[in-house]
Design a protein around this ligand. Sequence first.
Ligand code: EPU
Length: 359
Amino acid sequence: MSFTTRLEEHKLLAPFTTFAIGGPARWFFQANSEDDVVEATAWAHHREIPLFVLGGGSNLLVADAGFNGLVLRVDLHGTSVDPGLSTSHKIYRAAAGEDWDSLVQRTVDQNCAGVECLAGIPGTVGGTPVQNVGAYGQEVSSVIDRVRAFDLEDRVFVELTAAECAFAYRSSRFNSTDRGRFLVTRVDYRLQVDGPPSLRYPDLQRAIAEHLSPGAQPTLQQVVALVRNIRQSKGMLLVEGDPDCRSAGSFFKNPIVAKSRLTQIAAAAAKEPPHYPVGLAPELAATVKIPAAWLIEQSGLPKGHALGDAAISSRHTLALVNRGKATAAEILALAAQITAAVHDKFGISLELEPVLLGF
Ligand code: EPU
């Protein structure tokens, strides 16, 4: 079928997002191949039509009026496993439209370590390098070998190494300096054969102590199961019928502040703030990450606080949820109330974490 017969118009976007919110895309196209990507982006380029690349819709808030442009849904599939250069590692080459959680399950079933703590995260492979997906002590940046992408400026396919992606906390060149320039079509992950699971995160260590006998070394499969349990307890696992999971995961980033500000934050809250290292690099040593969820609660906004059908999740303060018929406007009004409260109390400006479309 030709491109134009496959091109859809006025397609409602809400069903393509985990928030289940958002109006229509003026044009909508599902790309099943790299050729489709080239053709669809050329079509938009020649007409000067704004382009938005849609993956799993799990980190996205679409405006109620929708998007007056072309939404290109990346529906590229296929995963191959290459032995790589050594016997200790394998390269998983996954097309951007592959379901992320299914890929994690497959790597663990094949006894490869490196993404086991990232189980249960909704979305597709293509989104993982863009926001450098991370949870429970792992970030994809530590295992990404290469990212294949279509460069919309030079109109060629490129393959970028991890260093060229400029990864940082919830960030990469794809969502910062080069936002909108690259369309990810494939990601290669370098995973360790028979490697041990990563057990760095306190919540995970607690779950292991609770569920396994003392001294037992958990398997990758066990870690995946425990991570899924923790995510579910926080309403961060997509479970049919669970009202807390109609969300975009964390709605705010955890702010990074100078260590020297901790005393002032403690004074404002009248208690010690929890805080975590930002990373291992020496230049990050003078800063700490503070959980935004904690700052929000200390600012007087508890779990379950609602504005119409938009609410703070009843299980995790960092997730805003759509309780039924919430509009994007309601979600943003609630977010504004939260950022104002945190700013008034602590002088910290929270940054939104999901991508906004059509605002
Ligand atoms: N906390 C609260 N109230 C809550 C939840 C948490 O005060 O309702 C405080 C507690 O002090 C807790 C701390 O926040 O110890 C950390 O909580 P949690 O372990 O749940 O992690 P988070 O910092 O809230 C981040 C990521 C999550 C990721 C988890 C686990 C961001 C923006 N979020 O959340 O990622 O799953 O760590 O690693 O960095 C996402 O990006 O969408 C996401 C869900």
